[in-house]
Design a protein around this ligand. Structure first.
Ligand code: PEP
Ligand code: MG
Length: 589
């Protein structure tokens, strides 16, 4: 039976594929694809784990004291029977051989399937056997994790980064995907994502958008209603997940998929067109990137530089070992060289809140009661002077290979600016002492805390440029956790307070002769292009995939006429309505 599940649309387009469910919170296992050549070895690993668990259960049976209740022996017999049941082992083998899941993933996928069948049983006794099945699977998973620890060659367990031999497109359905896992999907087989939790500007959603594949978050129940291998449609425009669609619905969505492809091809033609408004204002379109490997997409999309390199993604999935100066230098240099003379804005590590480092790390933010308000971003860097110094030196060294700008996240106090300047001066001295070449880099502040916007003139004394991080500016102005779907309806970029802070930041930066850009998600959202232009913004930074549609709006805009209407919008109680009216007028032109 077909069902529709509603969530938040976070990355446009339509994906159609088989569900790869990573929903089980019962057991936390590694998920990764294996190569075809590894199938036999993986099945053998499964068999070994089964034999080991069988031996364990038989030994337990023998240890049951005479006087113990006969039920205990009967229970162990049930576990042995389940262990050898072909519904468990044969079907698990099939996930390995047909879908190329690793053994643990295959086992937990099959547990998911069987658990649902048990839930649907009418007989109470049989239904309750689900708990036994879970215990048997848990034993198997433990046996496999022991064997993986003994085996040095065992993969680290990341999802979706392997080549996959299957034919059907796959979409990932999960309760939650951490930004650290999400970043690994950049080169993965998945053509769409769905998660139960998350908001529009959660970092999971941001990475999905950067991959330009359809995604829906905040479905709440999605991962519980989808079964492994179900056919699903992800409608990333409307925020809908359709499970087991009827042929007619499938046909309609295939049609929409084709329309989307045609639209993209049409927008692609704008790639090399200069980004100039009707009244001749040049608008700089920059790229937001997460990894050095994203730089070619920025060039291909026609970006004139990188406006935001979120360097913290280099620090994720590291098993607690952070990249040292040399490794960071190589990564930054790779971006600078790939951008071939175009400016690269490297943001210092913005760790914390919904971007914790690996659980294993000593720097984990998990214990913090309110990480979004805690030791995040520049606060964390200033608390870790060695790490910060290494990052500054690495960035400075990369500046010897091209134009580099340094961007500091979450600045709120002028003293932070002073401490950054001091740290920078020390890093320069150290490089001088080592004879390492570097160039002068401009220093910029992210304006993403209302306090920073309100004291902008005093911050501007310390910084060469500013970049408005609207994602956090909205979160902190409205006191709405950007990653929490329960309050996502209150995360409102149109809120008059947010718009006033953005407008005044742009106006004041310009009045002080300092460069200003927007690098939050609003910059890549066509609904805000005219408004930001009217506020005087001439530099937008966004995911490469968004550049063409923003350019299309810029080419049709007349800044002078938009500016005359700006006060009406900013003074309006419902700015979105006021803006919609001028858009009707400007698109009618
Ligand atoms: C922002 O807050 O708008 C921003 C660009 O930074 P991030 O999304 O990485 O917090
Ligand atoms: Mg931010």
């Amino acid at each position: 039976m077909s069902i529709q599940i509603f969530g938040l649309p976070v990355s446009r387009g339509v994906a159609i594929g088989r569900a790869v469910l990573v929903a089980s919170s019962r057991v936390d296992v590694a998920h990764y694809f294996i190569d075809a050549s590894q199938v036999e070895a993986e099945v053998a690993r499964l068999r070994r784990a089964r034999d080991e668990v069988a031996a364990e259960l038989i030994a337990l049976k023998q240890e049951v004291p005479e006087e113990a209740h006969a039920e205990l022996v009967a229970l162990l017999d049930v576990h042995l029977m389940l262990l050898h049941d072909e519904m468990l082992t044969d079907a698990t083998k099939q996930w390995i051989s047909e879908r190329h899941y690793n053994a643990e993933w295959a086992m937990s996928a099959q547990l998911e399937v069987l658990a649902r069948q048990f839930d649907e049983m009418e007989d109470d006794y049989l239904r309750e056997r689900k708990a036994d099945l879970e215990q048997v699977v848990e034993r198997m998973l433990k046996a496999m994790s022991r064997s993986a620890r003994e085996d040095d060659d065992a993969p680290a367990g990341s999802l979706g980064t392997r080549d996959f031999g299957g034919e059907d497109p796959l979409v990932l359905v999960a309760n939650d995907i951490a930004p650290a896992d999400m970043i690994q999907f950049k080169r993965s087989v998945f053509t769409g994502f769905v998660t139960d939790v998350g908001g529009r500007t959660s970092h999971t959603a941001i990475v999905a958008r950067s991959m330009d594949i359809p995604a829906v978050v905040g479905t709440r129940e999605g991962s519980r209603l989808v079964r492994q291998d179900d056919w699903v449609i992800i409608d990333g425009d409307e925020g809908v997940l359709i499970v087991d669609p009827s042929p007619i619905v499938l046909e309609e969505y295939r049609f929409r998929q084709r329309q989307g492809e045609l639209e993209r091809a049409r927008l692609d033609r704008l790639r090399h067109k200069p980004s100039v408004t009707l009244d001749g204002v040049n608008i700089e379109l920059l790229a937001n990137i997460e990894l050095p490997a994203d730089a070619p997409a920025a060039i291909a999309a026609g970006a004139v530089g990188v406006g935001l390199f979120r360097s913290e993604f280099l620090f994720m999935n590291r098993g607690g070992h952070l990249p040292d100066e040399e490794e960071q230098y190589r990564a930054y240099r790779a971006v600078v060289e790939a951008m071939n003379g175009l400016p690269v804005t490297i943001r210092t590590i913005d760790i914390g809140a919904d971007k914790p480092l690996d659980r294993m790390s000593a720097h984990s933010t998990e214990h913090q009661t309110n990480p979004a308000l805690g030791l995040r971003a520049i606060r964390w860097s200033l608390a870790e002077p060695e790490m910060f110094g290494a990052q500054l030196r690495a960035i400075l060294r990369a500046s010897a290979h091209g134009k580099v700008r340094l961007l500091i996240p979450m600045v709120a106090h002028p003293q932070e600016a002073q401490r950054v300047r001091e740290a920078l001066a020390i890093a320069c001295q150290q490089l001088d002492a080592q004879g390492q070449p570097y160039s002068q880099v401009e220093l910029g502040a992210m304006i993403e805390v209302p306090a920073a916007a309100l004291i902008l003139p005093s911050l501007l004394r310390h910084f060469d440029f500013v970049s408005i991080g609207t994602n956090d500016l909205i979160q902190y102005t409205l006191a709405i956790d950007r990653a929490d779907e329960a309050v996502s309806h209150l995360f409102d970029p149109w809120h008059p307070a947010v718009l006033q802070l953005i407008a005044s930041t742009i106006a004041q930066a310009r009045a002080h002769g300092k460069a200003v850009s927007v690098c939050g998600e609003m910059a890549g959202d066509p609904a805000f292009t005219e408004l930001l232009l009217a506020m005087g913004l001439t530099s937008f930074s966004m995911h490469p995939a968004q550049i063409a549609s923003i350019k299309q709006r810029i080419l049709r805009a007349d800044v002078r006429s938009l500016q005359t209407r700006l006060p009406q919008v900013l003074e309006h109680e419902a700015p979105q309505e006021a803006c919609a009216q001028w858009l009707v007028m400007s698109t009618a032109r």
